[in-house]
Design a protein around this ligand. Sequence first.
Ligand code: ATP
Length: 138
Amino acid sequence: MAQIQLEIITPQAIVLEETVDEVILPGSAGEIGVLPGHLPLMTTLGSGRLIAISAAGQRKFAVHGGFAEILPDKVVILTGAGESVDDIDLSRAKEALERAERAIKAAETKPEDESVAELHRAALERARARILIAEEGE
Ligand code: ATP
């Protein structure tokens, strides 16, 4: 049966290189499901959940921004950070969420530069994705 070679690459490491049957990835415009034979496509990624599905089961990863290159037999994820469920430190993510929420709230009364506001929103999205995946488990 046709399969997909999945690679998840961050600036720090190759997080995953595996042959799988299906990939569900967090495109910035919404979730994309990829089966073998998918038409070639490049997409930007949001912060969210990537699911790698194979006969052995499914594995979930938090991925944070970047790009996905989708080919009929290959999916390459180039992302800012990527963590498996086991790698996620839930209390660290909860602290990061609180920090980002505090910063966004503070900016309501003391407006900040749009680029700084964008960093806080991105941190909030990263923390939310990590919490969702860690709490959900495999
Ligand atoms: P924090 O404020 O806690 O550092 P962050 O969202 O700013 O969170 P990133 O810049 O996305 O962190 O990631 C920096 C590095 O730390 C990456 O290697 C990422 O995988 C790792 N990392 C960040 N948060 C967590 C977490 N909660 N659990 C595991 N690894 C994490």
